[in-house]
Design a binder for this molecule. Structure first.
Ligand code: UTP
Length: 294
């Protein structure tokens, strides 16, 4: 079965990005000139996932506005002859079929995915975390979702993306216990959310891309709140891994967590350097700045 649906959970509180995320949804904070969530919707569409469900919440209405038409703005740009901007603004609204469901309480990442049950139905689907971007200009994007979809279709089991992280950083992620079955593909023997350094079974950290069997919904519905009082997706995936088997795909391209301030700054600099219009002047500025620091 072709996988077409992508779920983007965006109902979290974004506490790591306060105070900026107090009134603005974290997912709409621009990385150079595009909101983080737009990079992820574009990535989904390029991977053939053109039915998008965004899980939002009460304070996140701006996300739906961003992917909607803005007739007033369009007619202003049209009469001002700003055709390039007009095309760009229209393209955002035409990217994909974007649907929305609200999570009424922030009960966790796993709970947000459970909100997708009715829309997804009985077919495999992708989950893409909007904080984690795989910007096309930095390379690697083309290898990620297409590879995961291919693995799902071939092995008929759920697949999660993992990346090797420095050992001391594994405590911030879900860590897997891998049994490699192919180059870059491992069966998940176990998975521990935010392990201590001693507990961590490997330095392979779960990152924000998943292709899941619809059985995840039953697994999540039976999951009790875990770490931080939230329903964790990791617990649901662990159940799938135990009951039917699940796999990890080791992604070695660039993935940046723009929900963290330092990573956000790094992503902004790298994407500004790769930007068609801004790249050259930004590089000159940066070179001057760095020379001044030396
Ligand atoms: P995170 O825990 O990384 O994001 O959740 P957060 O809660 O927004 O951010 P911090 O930790 O407070 O800074 C991973 C993803 O799951 C979504 C988030 O929006 C993010 O995309 N999420 C999390 C929900 O949709 N609902 C929740 O209840 C929790």
């Amino acid at each position: 079965m072709t996988i077409r649906k992508a779920v983007i959970p965006a109902a979290g509180l974004g506490t790591r990005f306060l105070p900026a995320s107090k009134a603005i949804p974290k997912e709409l904070i621009p990385v150079v000139d595009k909101p983080g969530v737009q990079y992820v919707v574009e990535e989904a569409v390029r991977a053939g996932l053109d039915d998008i469900l965004i899980i939002t919440s009460r304070s996140k209405g701006g996300i739906a506005d961003h992917f909607d038409r803005s007739l007033e703005l369009e007619s202003h740009l049209e009469s001002a002859g700003k055709n390039e901007l007009l095309a760009e603004v229209r393209a955002v609204a035409e990217l994909a079929q974007v649907h929305y469901v609200r999570q009424k309480e922030p009960l966790g990442f796993g709970h947000a995915v459970l909100m997708a049950r009715e829309h997804v139905g009985d077919e495999p689907f992708a989950v893409m975390v909007p904080d984690e971007i795989v910007p096309a200009p930095l390379g690697g994007e083309a290898d990620l979702m297409p590879a995961m979809v291919e693995i799902y279709e071939r092995l008929n089991r759920s697949v999660i993306a993992v990346q090797e992280v420095p050992h001391e950083e594994i405590v911030a992620y879900g860590a897997i216990d891998p049994e490699f079955v192919e180059d870059k593909v491992a069966r998940i023997k176990d998975m521990i959310e935010k392990p201590s350094l001693e507990e961590a079974p490997s330095d392979l950290a779960s990152r924000g891309r998943y292709v899941l069997s619809p059985d995840i919904f039953d697994a999540l519905a039976k999951t009790q709140a875990g770490a931080g009082g939230e329903i964790q997706l990791t617990d649901g995936i662990k159940k799938l891994a135990d009951e039917q088997g699940a796999y990890a795909y080791v992604f070695d391209g660039v993935m940046m967590d723009v929900g963290k301030k330092l990573e956000y700054l790094k992503a902004t600099v790298e994407l500004a350097l790769a930007h068609d219009d801004l790249g050259k002047s930004f590089k000159d500025y940066l070179a001057q700045l760095v020379a001044g620091l030396g």
